[in-house]
Design a protein around this ligand. Sequence first.
Ligand code: ZN
Ligand code: ZN
Length: 211
Amino acid sequence: MTVGEIKRKMPEDLSRCVAFHGHICPGLIYGYRVAREARKLMNLRRSVDEEVVAVCENDSCAVDALQVLLGTVAGKGNLMIKDYGKNAFTVLSRKKRMAYRFSRKTGYNYKGKARSEFEKLDAAAAAGTASDAERKKLKRLKIDDLLSRPFHEIFTTRKVRYVEPRYAPLALSLPCAVCGEMTMATKMLKRGGGRQLCMPCAEKSRKAKLK
Ligand SMILES: [Zn+2]
Ligand SMILES: [Zn+2]
């Protein structure tokens, strides 16, 4: 399948992920598959407030599909990014008091007919010798493969103990004693004379003192 063909046959929910993310890529498909699986397992609806929470152990393209499909978004406090560089995601439902963790334990294992072509392209990409066209082709093969496989061949799913996540803190804002910009009080640093500074100003004054 070419990217054009994938686009034409693309399920409506995947097109929404692509529209939000900007392009289609294997990373986005990881997130798309995880979001759909979590939705199915816990019968989730897109999170209006913070009833669904996602903990992503990477900051890759995948996160965007979770934002679109699960409503676990950066501005609402129900998306946590632990930048471990791991292809792993935990999705929690506050309502059902349930949580699942999805992680990838295997390397890329292409299964399609074009296996030898895939391996050649993959080796060239790893060595940094692949052309633009070859990298595109490799991406297409990966996307196609990730969309056509049963979920359990891609991710290991584990039901994990539900631990109530904190709600996003609502804190009052105060002006920083140096720059005057309104800053969440809980994020400010106290300095001499009861002055409260925002982090960048505190950092600047710390550096100035070291000089
Ligand atoms: Zn991407
Ligand atoms: Zn400041």
